[in-house]
Write a protein that binds this ligand. Sequence first.
Ligand code: 8YV
Length: 318
Amino acid sequence: MTRPRILQIGSLAGSPGADTRMREQYEVIELWKAGDRQACLQSAADVEVIVTTAGHGCKREVIESLPNLKVICSWGVGYDSIDLEAAREKGVLLTNTPDVLNDCVADEAWGLLIACARGIAHADRHVRANNWEGKRGPLPLGTRVSGKKLGIVGLGRIGLAIAKRGTGFDMNIRYHNRTPRNDVTYQYMNSLEELASWSDFLIIATVGGSGTQALIDRSVLKALGPNGIVVNIARGSVIDETAMVELLASGELGGAGLDVFDKEPRVPDELKKMDQVVLMPHVASATTETRKAMTDLVLANVEAYFSGKPLLTPVSNS
Ligand code: 8YV
């Protein structure tokens, strides 16, 4: 039996075995391995399904070169790297992998927050450098986490999972969204600056893309202040990174826990020298369980398309 052909833009290397599973079920044209990209796209003219990742995205050029394209199935919840306008123009549908990663992303946000507030990464470096045995120190005191004021920017699915964990730490929680929610008891704050100046800690969990570019600007970060900690598990583009680095350096912002950066994988060198900062390489969803669930969902969407069933997790793109 011939297997349907799909075009895969980038490897699902973040999910061990995922590329093999894909190849077992489909004839996969692997764009990222092609020496001649144009020739590869031309050879994929019959393809109806693209598989990609939030990291690799999908550009207009690719969408326009596949006349039979019907659906893009993306591995990841964020789709700011996919040209939605080109997809809409061509009537191409998009699926992503929502919900299955909420818990692990929220867990990591909390890991970053606690690591910053309690200086965990700094203390770990201290022990490894034999500074404890060498009686070099002491380390600076940490900041209490429990019972503090937590601001969340973007109370969507991941934001809610972050807030739920905050209640376990007896926190007072407020949020800012495009529109207030009517299904939560957390207090809505009208402006980001007000939220930041109220908060001890500010966690960014909003979507990426042009609508949120540098949403967390210098004035919001200044409002968070010298004792405040910002945590970003959303997209690097959401924070004005230059302003953040300057405010951290001058002590006008207390600390930062960052999983994402403006120009990944480039991380500003200044940040690497700061002990009040914890850095992770965009791995908030990177657990065995979550990455498998993301792959299962991508495969289920592709299968739904080829068997004429409704897509499981379509993104509304109207
Ligand atoms: C992905 C992510 O791991 O889901 C998203 O939007 O950013 C991450 O979960 C990563 O981007 C995959 O490319």
